[in-house]
Write a protein that binds this ligand. Structure first.
Ligand SMILES: Nc1ncnc2c1ncn2[C@@H]1O[C@H](COP(=O)(O)OP(=O)(O)O)[C@@H](O)[C@H]1O
Ligand SMILES: [Mg+2]
Length: 319
């Protein structure tokens, strides 16, 4: 028996009304989002939910004007025309249409890794030591403050794009150049090593079992995330008190950013066993490689049931 054995809150597909599955968009994560969206669409349709596919924010505007849309299942990933950053959430609020996932504030804060860290730090939640950098700032001085090894990443991207590990001065300029190819500011932070990488799915304000990610290569990069078949996912990723601790930390991190409904919290562990928060994803992937579906399966929720439960979270206060 787990907290996820609770019965469905919505029993009939017709109670959801006509559901737009919002996917695709124009972010760098478009292809992943289309893949997620198609899976969600099929899973909901297979359970009798009336669904329509909507590609991107402009198409959603049109659908809301011309079509009857009762709620939105949002699987847009990323920002810049994506839909994970608060912009489309604001539009949906303005249109008065209920939607899955976090609202304006939670989405916008989570998309910005630096501001996420500032909130966590203010609450005493652990996140790696960092320096936020504008393009053109003195990266060598920043690196001296953090110390090697460190990691450089764009402050507002996803899918591990633009990220490099830096083990010494010699690699720093290349890492910064790569991260600078993406819009927005940069983030430099301490590289956490030795205790593994974890991610914790959140569903309906409860933590799913953690997943330990064990890439075959050194590092969980874009290839390992979306293409490699040899990345291992262990779920639950930990046992006993350690598992409870990582779940509790993830839930605190999620709530601190005012996130709602569902999401996924990325965490690293150091060799002393301490956990460090990296980021929250407010519209996580729903592809065959995705992690929230794996964690949900561990508590007996198959993909179709997960989609149903996520959709149920749109029936809260705003519906
Ligand atoms: N401080 C860090 N220490 C060690 N590894 C990190 C750190 N930050 C990021 N990584 C690695 O890079 C990956 C992507 O970083 P993350 O901050 O989750 O950004 P995103 O998933 O949005 O690209 C992580 O899954 C992890 O493997
Ligand atoms: Mg991540």
């Amino acid at each position: 028996m787990t907290v996820f054995d609770l019965p469905r809150r919505v029993s009939q597909p017709s109670q959801f009304g006509r559901v737009a599955v919002l996917m695709g968009g124009a972010s760098s994560e478009r292809e992943v989002s289309l893949d997620s969206g198609r899976n969600v669409l099929e899973a909901l349709r297979g359970q009798g939910v009336e669904v329509v596919a909507v590609d991107g924010i402009a198409a959603l505007g049109q659908a809301l004007r011309e079509d009857r849309i009762d709620r939105v299942f949002n699987v847009l990933h990323g920002q810049h025309g994506g839909g994970e950053d608060g912009i489309v959430q604001g539009a949906m609020e303005a249109a008065g249409v209920p939607y899955t996932g976090s609202g304006v504030l939670g989405s916008a804060l989570s998309m910005d890794k630096v501001r996420s860290k500032l909130v966590w730090l203010s609450l005493g939640l652990p996140t790696p030591k960092h320096v936020a950098l504008r393009k053109g700032d003195d990266v060598h001085a920043a690196a001296a403050r953090i110390g090697f090894p460190l990691i450089v990443k764009p402050a507002c991207e996803g899918s591990s794009v633009g990220i490099s590990r830096v083990f010494g001065e010699g690699d720093l300029d290349d890492a910064v150049q790569l991260a600078e190819r993406y819009p927005g500011d940069l983030l430099m932070e301490t590289l956490i090593q030795g205790g593994g990488e974890y991610t914790v799915g959140i569903l309906d304000d409860r933590a799913l079992p953690s997943i330990r990610i064990v890439p075959a290569g050194e590092y969980y990069d874009y290839h390992a995330k979306y293409q490699a078949e040899d990345t291992q996912y262990l779920c639950p990723g930990l046992t006993g008190d350690d598992e409870l601790a990582v779940q509790q930390l993830a839930l605190q991190a999620f709530r601190a950013l005012d996130c709602r409904g569902w999401g996924r919290v990325d965490v690293m562990r150091d060799r002393d066993g301490r956990f460090w928060l990296l980021e929250v994803n407010t519209a996580p992937g729903m592809t065959s490689h995705s992690l929230v579906p794996k964690a949900a399966a561990q508590v007996g929720l198959d993909f179709a049931e997960l989609c149903w439960r996520v959709l149920e979270t749109s029936m809260g206060a705003s519906s």
